[in-house]
Design a protein around this ligand. Structure first.
Ligand SMILES: Nc1nc2c(c(=O)[nH]1)N[C@H]1C(S)=C(S)[C@@H](COP(=O)(O)O)O[C@H]1N2
Ligand SMILES: [Mo]
Length: 349
């Protein structure tokens, strides 16, 4: 399995082999892994999920209690906010993901709405902070100080409408690297919000400003002449080409079925276009399979390889709200939210 080139971070990371795309679901052994600290080993008998903060009745749920609640399953595409960082120029710090920081799985678990209802959330609540059992010191760059836990918050409305506390991934108990026994799944949002190894839900009445919320996994938002730090949230519209792959050698005049996937966060993919001349001309690709609200849209395009020489292939998606993938990089996004069109160079012989 490919390892993402790692600029100084010791934590385990694994790219999904995106070029192997062969259906809507990423098999568990090909699903990408991004963990900031060592995976905690949790004992099911001792594990509890506590629900605290701005609630009428704090809870402490066991694995059995969570599983006994009505369950729901949903197919969700999750992209790491740093996916594609390898293609940024100048180079930005962090894991140098190519195209494999994105995967799709079917998750089964308890809707968070039911748990919040049981706890009786106070009307002043604005967010739920998801805290993982993992933590440690921040090493890259070094920040001397006490160890911290991995934690992220999600607005209360999103928690009520879409968030799942998942215990099964593609029909199997969630593997230790993916957050056993229970993780959050925040459909349509960048992966960082889907906290693994959940141990605590803290309902808060002010926006949370933790390390992975406002320092990392955050970007600059401009409003009224001010620049402020905003946490990455919904995934942006984006298409990737699975095949051909960069550097592939293709015979001039041959027919080639170009395949890929596109996703649009909380919106949906309206169209995917393909270009074989570096973005001068575009033709519409075919959307395939059965679209699901939070899952990627597979697409294909029957293409005849042009004259010999290097050839710059591009795919660009448009979402249902009319957002088109940009051609240039927005520097306010720093090293996250990478959705500008990135060419795949192949060699026509
Ligand atoms: N507790 C915990 N949750 C976490 C993380 C983490 O390091 N610790 N990484 C986040 C990030 S940045 C991503 S992209 C996804 C990756 O999930 P996966 O490893 O199952 O693909 O988990 C998120 N949840
Ligand atoms: Mo991530």
């Amino acid at each position: 399995m490919a390892r993402a080139q790692n600029l100084g971070e010791p934590e385990p990371t694994r790219e999904s082999p995106f070029s192997a795309l062969d259906g809507p679901i990423t098999p568990n052994d090909r699903y990408f892994v991004r963990s900031h600290f060592a995976a905690p080993e949790l004992d099911l008998c001792e594990w509890r999920l506590s629900v605290e903060g701005s609630v009428e009745k704090p809870l402490s749920l066991s694995y059995d209690e969570l599983q006994a609640m009505p369950s729901k399953s949903v197919t969700v595409t999750t992209e790491c906010a740093g996916n594609g960082r390898r293609y940024l120029s100048p180079t930005m710090c962090g894991i140098q993901w190519e195209q494999g920081g994105v995967s799709t799985a079917n998750w089964e678990g308890a809707p968070l709405s039911a748990i919040l209802e049981r706890a009786g959330v106070h009307s002043n609540a604005v967010e739920v902070v998801f805290e993982g059992a993992d933590g440690g010191e921040i090493k890259n760059p070094p920040r001397p100080g006490a160890p911290i836990k991995f934690a992220r918050s999600v607005p209360i409305d999103k928690c009520r409408s879409d968030v799942l506390l998942a215990y099964r991934m593609n029909g199997e108990p969630i593997a230790p690297t993916h957050g056993f026994p229970v993780r959050a799944i925040v459909p349509g949002w960048f992966g960082v919000a889907s906290v693994k190894w959940l141990s605590r839900l803290l309902v808060v009445d002010k926006p949370y400003t933790g390390f992975f919320q406002t320092i990392e996994y955050a970007y600059w938002q401009r409003e009224g002449g001010l620049v402020r730090r905003a946490p990455v949230a919904g995934m942006l519209v984006k298409a990737q080409i699975a095949r051909p792959t960069a550097g592939e050698v293709i015979a001039s005049g041959s027919s080639y079925r170009v395949v890929g996937a596109a996703w649009a966060g909380e919106s949906s993919v309206a169209k995917v276009e393909f270009s074989d001349d570096g973005g001068e001309n575009w033709s519409e690709a075919r959307l395939t399979g059965n679209p699901e609200r939070f899952a990627w849209q597979l697409w294909e395009h029957d293409w005849v390889a042009p004259a010999t020489g290097p050839c710059f292939l591009m795919a660009r998606a448009t979402d249902a709200d009319g957002n088109v993938q940009p051609v240039t990089r927005d520097l306010d996004r720093e090293n996250y939210m990478i959705n500008h069109v990135i060419p795949v160079t192949v060699e026509i012989v």
